[in-house]
Design a binder for this molecule. Sequence first.
Ligand code: IPM
Ligand code: MN
Length: 351
Amino acid sequence: MKARIAILAGDGIGPEVTAEAVKVLQIIAGRCGHEFELEALPFGGVAIDAYGDGLPPHTLEGCRSADAVLLGAIGGPKWGPDAPVRPEPALLRLRAELGVYANLRPIKVSNALLNDSPLKPEIIEGVDLLFVRELTGGIYFGRKGLEGDRAFDECAYTVSEIERITRTAGILAKARRGKITQVDKSNVLETSKLWRRVSERVIREEFPGVSIEHMFVDAASMHLLRRPRDFDVILTENLFGDILTDEGAMLAGSLGVLPSAALGTGAKGLYEPIHGSAPDIAGRGIANPTGTILSAALLLRHSLGLDAEAQQIEQAVERALTNGAKTADLTSGGRDALSTEAMGAAIRQAL
Ligand code: IPM
Ligand code: MN
């Protein structure tokens, strides 16, 4: 097949990890007879430096006309909280412009990494859960401001915003173990009460084989560490999803191995590792490219319909890890740690 993929390398370790994912995409294209047109576009801090805008018009246009977007990471101390223009709003704008309201963050614990998590192997063995985080609403996108000595961020959700993300969770749960845990703070928040009511109704009326339970976010953050195997699909709003997925990532040993997909109504999606730009290790060639490579696999599956190719990449990653290929984030103390390039090479070798 023919496809256009926009590549937004971004800041910090972004360029290093996307380079490895691009090599994997090129191997898949060559071997399976696909034609991927890869277009590198400036985004984030580097785009602020060059154009004064984290999401310049030609980058947005390139993403709009592409079949899928692969993003590395954005941000860094150079564009900190007091900078006049910051990269994070560019990412929120891109998500909103592409209409990618459903953020899928799968956390599957590899047997090869059972001893690399700070959590006990017997707690995390067999963990296979999927976060479905709402991505274009809530407190991230509400009215906000600073008036004198008072600041505010408004959190609002509409019924239809909750309905559509619940349907995404329902469809995904049906193809998995059929269990949704909807996470909120409905003992305090009005938006959470609406989430509980609407998600309950959508699942009951439209997904007969799927069960839904509801959990307060404080309790969920505890159960995620105490009995993570009990979760299948975790459905939650934007801010809670942001926080819980960083926590959940530690189940898998490192933020560095986890991919994500952001989807809207069509096939187009925005794919990125869940880690950030890691300015402390940027440019040293030691970042873990696995999360970005697995994001490329999700891109093939969800935007291009190439499930077999996605599986090949996922299996190659698993084989490489099993063979002992690990970057510094996965080897306590950094002994025998592979460089970013060597890790990418080990995965390509397995592929
Ligand atoms: C993430 C990031 C972003 C978010 C930041 C960079 C705006 O933390 O993708 O999880 O909060 O959504
Ligand atoms: Mn985050």
